[in-house]
Write a protein that binds this ligand. Structure first.
Ligand code: PEP
Ligand code: CO
Length: 473
């Protein structure tokens, strides 16, 4: 049996979340494969069923990527974010590619997330819970199953864990071996992140690691350095007064998340662990359900209802009050602190219309959720030349409205969710350097959605911090 004191013994920062009754830990009729009895949308059609079975069996026997202590620790941290004691920063690629499993790319992604979190700590005066869309964000929902170019029609690209991006019949054929390749890439990515974090990459005593030398916009760089200097001053002051070194600063906690879309992958990493009740998805700390697969009677919700991880659901303009209430019934039946995060993505033009009814719907259930704003997915537009982009100002506007709407309704925005990269890409327009549509072609590298680049992401964090300093939540 799980001993309640043991569960978080490695984690002095976050207290154990309140336990739920033992007999309700795993819902009735649920197993890691019970989703197969439901309609599973957005799944590839594999040509060879026995090859799928072999791949899933092998994946099921390989070691997990994360552990249940970390998952419980994140659940407790998210519970704190829901009550305003901390703030969630979630970010990373729309679609990770296997090629991005590269030291420089991983380092710069970790670095931008750590730097943004530092800016947010300063602005919010709260702990920041850092969650990357990383080490598993390999599957994408698509609006059409097939793609036609000229007179050739092939299966759509569904992410590197399913098939390959090149437009040839061989590349687009769903390949179950890619489930294993995805697991391996996730493991390599996570291993490197853990080494960086354990090795002190995020140690505030070493500000050189926090340097922004390639931040070329002088005003942003100055503002950022002022923040770092003021934090270092506080640390030095505290250490002088306490006559001790503040060791907790050496290791930043860093969690992973991805859309739990490819259900065979999620199922194969779903495990029971010694001395704990229930089943854990050990491929990531925080899996989420995308808007397109959130049907209450669908396979994704079925799978998610049975796992012990904290989970998130994306909600967009099509979400109805009834649908949301049912999702809370199924996914959040015991109102466990930290269990459910709702990531809303309505667009700068839609949030004022839709968010209030969602807040009222949750309030009517009497349950607590963590509200997180994704200001990216409701603000995608096409340029005249057909490029998908997002405007910095629309993203910021949706965020500022989100803070205000929550505040005005007595609710609280406890987190933000971005698509970003640590690279100097040109995919979103605007920001301090005024990237315009003409500049998009220079480094438009995304496989799916446009991401904030390094400078835009850091600037976004500064703008949020500034907003929150003037309007504390
Ligand atoms: C995503 O996060 O990349 C995504 C597809 O989100 P949504 O389900 O909100 O469109
Ligand atoms: Co996306």
């Amino acid at each position: 049996m799980a001993s309640k004191t043991e569960t978080n013994s490695t984690d002095p920062v976050h207290p154990a979340a309140a336990p739920i009754p033992r007999d309700t830990v795993t819902p009735r009729d649920w197993t890691p494969t019970s989703w197969t009895r439901k309609i599973a949308t957005q799944q590839p059609v594999y040509p060879d069923a026995s090859a799928v079975e072999r791949a899933v069996t092998e994946l099921s026997s390989l070691p997990p990527l994360v552990n249940s202590w970390e998952i419980e620790s994140l659940r407790a941290a998210l519970a704190e974010a829901a009550t305003g004691k901390s703030f969630l920063l979630q970010g990373g690629d729309c679609a990770e590619s296997f090629e991005d499993c590269d030291a420089a790319i991983i380092t710069s992604k970790l670095k931008i997330l750590l730097q943004m979190s530092l800016v947010l700590v300063h602005g919010t005066r709260k702990k920041v819970v850092r969650v990357g869309r990383i080490a598993g964000q390999y599957a994408k929902p698509r609006s059409a199953d097939m793609e036609t170019r000229g007179d050739e029609t092939l299966p759509s690209y569904r992410g590197d864990i399913v098939n390959r991006n090149a437009f040839t019949p061989e590349d687009r054929k769903p390949d179950p071996q890619l489930l294993l390749r995805g697991y391996e890439r996730a493991a390599l990515t996570l291993n490197f992140i853990r080494a960086l974090v354990e090795g002190g990459f995020a140690d505030l005593h070493h500000p050189e690691n926090w340097d922004v030398s390639f931040l070329e916009h002088a005003k942003l760089a100055r503002e950022y350095h002022e923040i770092v200097d003021s934090i270092l001053d506080s640390i030095q002051f505290m250490e002088a007064v306490l006559e001790t070194r503040v060791h907790n600063l050496q290791r930043a906690k860093f969690y992973t998340s991805h859309e739990g879309l490819a259900l065979l992958y999620e199922q194969a990493q779903t495990r029971q662990v010694p001395r704990r009740e229930g089943w854990f998805n050990l491929s990531t700390h925080l899996p989420w359900i995308g808007m397109r697969t959130a049907q209450v009677d669908g396979a994704h919700v079925e799978y998610f209802r049975g796992i012990r991880n904290p989970v998130a659901v994306k909600i967009g303009p099509a979400m109805t009050e009834e649908w949301l209430t049912e999702l809370l019934d199924v996914l959040h039946p015991h109102d466990e602190p930290g269990r459910l995060t709702l990531i809303h993505r309505f667009g700068a033009d839609g949030i004022a219309e839709h968010l209030p009814r969602m807040i009222e719907t949750v309030r009517a259930t009497g349950k607590t959720v963590l509200w997180c704003a994704d200001p990216m997915h409701g603000n995608t537009v096409s340029t005249e030349s057909g490029r998908k982009t997002r405007r910095f100002d629309s993203i910021l506007s949706e965020l500022e409205q989100a803070f205000e709407i929550h505040r005005s309704l007595g609710s609280r925005l406890g987190g933000v969710h971005f698509e970003l990269t640590g690279e100097n890409v040109t995919e979103c327009v605007g920001g301090a350097r005024g990237l315009d549509e003409g500049g998009l072609d220079r480094a438009y590298n995304t496989r799916v959605d446009p991401r904030l680049n390094y400078e835009q992401a850091l600037e976004m964090a500064m703008r949020i911090a500034r907003h929150l300093r003037h309007n504390p939540s």
